[in-house]
Design a protein around this ligand. Structure first.
Ligand code: NI
Length: 446
């Protein structure tokens, strides 16, 4: 009896222990399940924040999210306190909205301009720096009261704007390989690019333009600020150290009507020998005939300008024919030496307002006519120059006459001994030239 009671008690104790043990196991399973369910609910109710969003918030704490959206719609971040900026951004974003994309804006001051850049990045991006793409850039005044257009940047006069288009044309042609088929239409398109575009950026060294309609598959143009600095409004010009004014006497030697085999070679040799740079105003038909000579003139470091295609009296031509004279010559020089000529010398110096407008380049005249075409002999030629030369002169000669080539060492020797320094036309005017303007000498511009 005692035994069996003990046995019963033992059994009871054992049952008790079993019960506790199983209870504990079940309870543990229950707790684990509860935790799993909580975790699952948590994951379900708050999907993990897209990486890009968090990165933008960390990197640009001042930007505010302005469009909260469902998961596949775009999200936009920008500082909304300024209405002008806000509207500009909204307008640009509305043309770009892509799914699963985050847009954000950064602004930084650059001289008197606030540069605003809109970036896009995939919502799942983990690296803003490598994954972000520039959607658009626009500039505003530093006080953000106005969005700047290209036309605000450039001085508000016809000649500055024409000079800007010319610089743009030169830059596009010389930094691309333009085919004969593209030549004329590209030139026309560049000259009619609207200056009211706002998609550009300006830094210390470059102006970068993004074109609204790409021309000849060119979408972005990056132009050296040095080429156009003088055309910008003073507010936006970069500070350039003014060259120290010296008392040096300067003269620009110019050679017309070439190139021609023999005489042009001979002139190039003499110029090389004396280390003198000059400017050659070429006829398109001769450039076409002697492309290697055009290239040689360029390779020797001389400047090349246009002198029309076949030397007509321009004042007697129709606008159509004027345009042909200019374009065909531009194309011949470009195809020979990959240069887009920006200087023009009208044959016989004959011009009027219609001619100036059609040429659309600075018109380079002269103030000393050597009359070398009369083949006057070295001493008479030298006398003409001696009697007329003064600092800042433009001397007219022709590289199609062997007599001129033969007299050149004497002429250069005389000018060197008289203290003259030889400059190209661009250098004579410190690279600040305007279309529809006539240049007779450094101090005679009309
Ligand atoms: Ni001529």
């Amino acid at each position: 009896m005692h035994r069996s009671r003990r046995q019963v008690r033992r059994k009871r104790q054992q049952n008790n222990r079993n019960f506790k043990k199983w209870g504990f196991i079940l309870f543990s399973i229950f707790i684990v399940l509860v935790l799993l369910v909580i975790a699952a609910i948590k994951i379900e109710s708050s999907p993990s924040e897209p990486k890009a969003d968090q990165l933008i918030e960390q990197t640009y704490p001042n930007l505010k999210k302005t469009m909260t959206s469902t998961s596949d719609e775009p999200t936009t971040y920008f500082s909304p306190e300024n209405e002008v900026i806000k509207n500009a951004v909204a307008k640009i974003i509305s043309q770009h909205q892509e799914a699963d994309t985050v847009y954000y804006l950064t602004s930084k001051d650059n001289r008197n301009i606030s540069v605003n850049t809109i970036y896009s990045v995939s919502k799942n991006s983990q690296n803003l720096t490598t994954d972000s793409k520039i959607v658009a850039q626009f500039n505003s005044t530093k006080d953000n009261t106005k969005i700047l257009k290209l036309s605000d940047l450039i001085q508000d006069d016809e000649k500055s704007q024409a000079a800007f288009r010319l610089a743009l044309t030169k830059h596009i042609f010389e930094s691309n390989a333009i085919t004969s088929e593209q030549f004329i239409s590209l030139k026309d398109q560049i000259q009619s690019i609207p200056l009211d575009i706002s998609d550009f950026s300006l830094n210390q060294s470059q102006l970068e333009l993004r074109l609204p309609n790409n021309i000849a598959s060119i979408t972005t143009i990056t132009i050296d600020i040095g080429m156009i600095n003088y055309l910008l409004n003073p507010n936006y010009q970069i500070l350039v150290k003014q060259p120290v004014q010296t008392q040096k006497k300067v003269i620009a030697l110019t050679f017309d009507d070439g190139p021609r085999a023999g005489s042009t070679d001979s002139i190039l040799n003499t110029l090389n020998q004396f280390d003198v740079k000059a400017t050659f105003f070429m006829l398109g038909q001769n450039a076409q005939h002697y492309p290697s000579l055009v290239n040689k003139v360029k390779e020797n470091g001389h400047a090349i300008g246009s002198h029309s295609f076949n030397h007509p009296m321009l004042t007697k031509l129709t606008t159509d024919d004027l345009n042909k004279q200019v374009s065909q010559t531009d194309q011949a020089i470009y195809e020979a030496a990959h240069i887009y000529p920006t200087l023009f010398r009208p044959p016989y110096g004959a011009r009027n307002q219609t001619v100036d407008q059609a040429i659309f380049k600075p018109l380079i005249e002269w103030n000393i006519d050597s009359e070398d075409w009369k083949k006057p002999g070295v001493s008479t030629l030298l006398k003409t120059i001696q009697q007329n030369v003064r600092s800042g002169s433009i001397l007219l000669m022709h590289d199609i006459h062997q007599t001129t080539a033969d007299a050149l060492p004497t002429i250069i020797n005389y000018l060197k001994n008289a203290g003259y320094e030889f400059v190209t036309i661009d250098q004579l005017y410190q690279h600040k030239l305007y279309p529809m303007t006539n240049y007779y000498s450094q101090h005679d511009t009309r």
